[in-house]
Design a protein around this ligand. Structure first.
Ligand code: TNX
Length: 506
C-alpha cells in the first residue's frame, strides 16, 4: 500500500509496519481544549464516503490531547501517532489538534479505512496563512464562503480576509447607516470584458448586481470559521475605493457628487474627503459596528490606490494640510491612516493596510500587506512593522494560470502553480530580526473577472494548495515535482468537495 499524498506536506513522517483499521469502529476521547475538535472529527468521519462507526464502546481509540506544558510542540503544531491499536494526536494548543485531525483525515485512503502506521511531527513555518475573498466586485453567497472556509481548513490555512467594501458594492450591514446596504450594495450594471481597452469599446451587461451580509450572517460565518480555527479579518477601505459609500453619502466626498455604485472596474478618483470631520464620524461608527462583529485582533483598513486629484482641488483638504503643517497629499493620507489606526488601537484592535500606507510615514504597531512586490514588505519590516507578503506577480489568484488564449478572462499577468509554490516569503536581504516581522503569506481572490463561485474555484484551485504548502513550510527535499506528484491524488479530495479546480496540465 502506498502512503497517502498529503498537502501540505508535514515536516517529518516516519513509517512503521501495519495499519489502524477504522472499519472496526472507533472511540474518540479528548481532554481539555482538545474537546472542541471532537464534534468536527466525528462529523467528518461519519459523513465520509465510507462512514466510520463511532462509540465509546469500541475498544480502540483516537485520543486527542492538548499538553499545555509541552514547549516541545510549536504553536499550531502537532504530533500524530498511528499504531495498530490506537491513534494519538498531541499538541500544545487546540489549533494544533485541529491541524493534526486534518492530516489524519488525509491519511484515510480513498477506497478503504485502513490508515498506515506512522509517526508525524509537524508545525507551520508561518503563523499567517491567509486567503482574501473580494465580495464587492461580485457578491458571493454565504454557502460558498463556508465551502471556501472548509477548503482552507483542509489545507491548514488560518486567516480569511473578507474584502467587504469597495467601489462596486458595500456588502456589510451597518445599522447606523442603512443606506450603505439599501443603496450601496446594488450597482445598476457591470462592465463586460477587460478594463484595459479604449473607453469607446466599453460595453455593459444592463443587469443589476447586488447582495450583502446581514449581521446574523456575518456572525454565522465567524462562528463557522472559528470552529475550524480560522480567524476572519474584515476590510473597511479608506480613504480610497469608497465610491459605493459615496453613492449613499455624497457629502463625504470632496465634490459632493452625485455618484453611482461603480459599474466600471479600475481605480476611481472620488475618495473620502480628508478635510471633512463628518467623514471621521462616519468611519468611526462603521468601524465600531465592524469591531463588534469580528473578534480577530486585526482589522484591515485598505489604504490602496487612493488617487489624490480630488484632495488637490478641495479647499477643505488643503485647509487640513495647512493647519496640520503637512507637506503634501501623501502626508495627508498618512495622517488619515494614522488617525484611523489610532482609533482602532483605542478600541483594542491592530490595524493592517496595503503597502501604500507606508507613503508619508506609518505609526508604530501598524502592519503592512505587501502587494506591489516584495519591496513594500522589505521597507516595512526594516522599519519594524509586521508584514504579510502577497506580491501580485507571484501569488495573486486573479492572474492568468496559463496561456491567456485558452484561459477564461483574467486580470492580467501570469502566476502559474509553480510560481506560487516556489515563492519565498522571506526576502534574503533581511536580517534575522527583520525577518521575524514577516508574519506570513496571503493569496488574493479579486473578483472583477470572477462573476460566480465556479469561476472563483477555477481561479483559486489548485493554486491555493500550492500557497498552503508554501506557507506551512515547503519540503525542500521533494520541491515542486514532489508537490505536483502528490497533487494528483490530492485533487480527488477537491473532487469529493465538489470544487471546480483547474485541471493539471491544461
Ligand atoms: C489592485 S491589490 C487592487 C484591487 C484590484 C486588483 C486587481 C489591491 C490592494 N488593490 O482593488 O481588485 O488590483 O488585480
Amino acid at each position: 500500500m502506498s502512503f497517502p499524498s498529503l498537502v501540505p506536506m508535514p515536516h517529518s513522517i516516519a513509517l512503521s509496519p501495519g495499519t489502524f483499521d477504522l472499519g472496526n469502529g472507533v472511540n474518540i476521547t479528548a481532554t481539555g481544549e482538545a474537546t472542541s475538535v471532537v464534534k468536527y472529527l466525528c462529523q467528518k468521519l461519519q459523513d465520509s464516503v465510507n462512514p466510520v462507526k463511532i462509540s465509546p464502546d469500541y475498544p480502540r481509540s483516537i485520543v486527542l490531547t492538548v499538553a499545555t506544558s509541552s514547549n516541545r510542540i510549536k504553536p499550531e503544531g502537532y504530533e500524530l501517532t498511528v499504531a495498530a491499536d490506537g491513534i494519538q494526536i498531541v499538541s500544545s494548543d487546540a489549533s494544533g489538534i485541529f491541524h493534526g485531525v486534518q492530516t489524519l483525515l488525509q491519511l484515510i485512503p480513498e477506497n478503504s479505512l485502513e490508515i498506515p502506521c506512522c509517526h508525524i511531527e509537524d508545525a507551520p513555518q508561518f503563523l499567517w496563512r491567509g486567503i482574501l475573498l473580494d465580495v464587492s466586485r461580485h457578491y458571493m453567497p454565504v454557502a460558498f464562503i463556508k465551502k471556501l472556509i472548509d477548503a482552507m481548513a483542509m489545507h491548514k490555512l488560518n486567516i480569511f480576509h473578507w474584502h467587504l467594501v469597495d467601489d462596486h458594492g458595500w456588502r456589510l450591514q451597518i445599522d447606523a447607516y442603512p443606506e450603505l446596504t439599501e443603496i450601496g450594495s446594488i450597482r445598476s450594471q457591470t462592465m463586460e470584458g477587460y478594463l484595459f481597452r479604449p473607453e469607446s469599446e466599453w460595453t455593459y451587461d444592463g443587469k443589476p448586481h447586488g447582495g450583502y451580509y446581514t449581521k446574523d450572517e456575518v456572525r454565522e460565518v465567524v462562528r463557522y470559521a472559528t470552529e475550524r480555527f480560522i480567524k476572519v479579518m474584515p476590510e473597511i477601505e479608506l480613504p480610497g475605493h469608497a465610491q459605493a459609500a459615496l453613492a449613499c453619502y455624497p457629502a463625504l466626498s470632496c465634490t459632493g457628487g452625485p455618484f453611482e455604485v461603480s459599474t466600471t472596474w479600475g481605480v476611481h478618483k472620488d475618495v473620502f474627503c480628508a478635510g471633512n470631520e463628518e467623514v471621521f464620524t462616519f468611519l468611526e461608527k462603521v468601524l465600531d459596528e465592524t469591531i463588534e462583529l469580528f473578534p480577530f485582533e486585526f482589522l484591515h483598513i485598505g489604504g490602496d490606490e487612493c488617487l489624490k486629484d480630488r484632495w488637490k482641488a478641495c479647499p477643505k483638504c488643503q485647509d487640513r494640510i495647512r493647519s496640520l503643517g503637512l507637506k503634501d497629499e501623501d502626508e495627508l493620507q498618512s495622517w488619515m491612516v494614522g488617525r484611523a489606526t489610532r482609533y482602532l488601537a483605542s478600541r483594542g484592535k491592530r490595524a493592517i493596510g496595503w503597502d501604500e500606507i507606508l507613503e508619508g510615514g506609518l505609526p508604530p504597531g501598524v502592519a503592512v500587506m505587501s502587494w506591489h512586490g516584495d519591496e513594500g514588505g522589505i521597507e516595512a519590516s526594516k522599519a519594524g512593522h509586521d508584514v504579510v507578503m502577497s506580491p501580485r506577480d507571484k501569488i495573486y489568484f486573479d492572474q492568468y494560470q496559463g496561456d491567456p488564449s485558452t484561459e477564461p478572462l483574467a486580470a492580467g499577468g501570469l502566476v502559474t502553480l509553480r510560481d506560487v509554490y516556489e515563492y519565498h516569503p522571506v526576502p534574503s536581504c533581511l536580517t534575522d530580526s527583520e525577518a521575524k516581522h514577516i508574519l506570513g503569506v496571503q493569496g488574493q481572490i479579486w473578483t472583477e473577472y470572477m462573476p460566480t463561485p465556479e469561476v472563483v474555484e477555477y481561479m483559486t484551485f489548485p493554486r491555493l494548495c500550492a500557497l498552503a504548502e508554501m506557507g506551512w513550510g515547503k519540503n525542500e527535499v521533494n520541491g515542486y515535482p514532489g508537490f505536483e506528484r502528490r497533487l494528483i491524488e490530492h485533487l480527488t479530495r477537491l473532487d469529493a468537495m465538489d470544487i471546480h479546480y483547474r485541471k493539471l496540465g491544461d
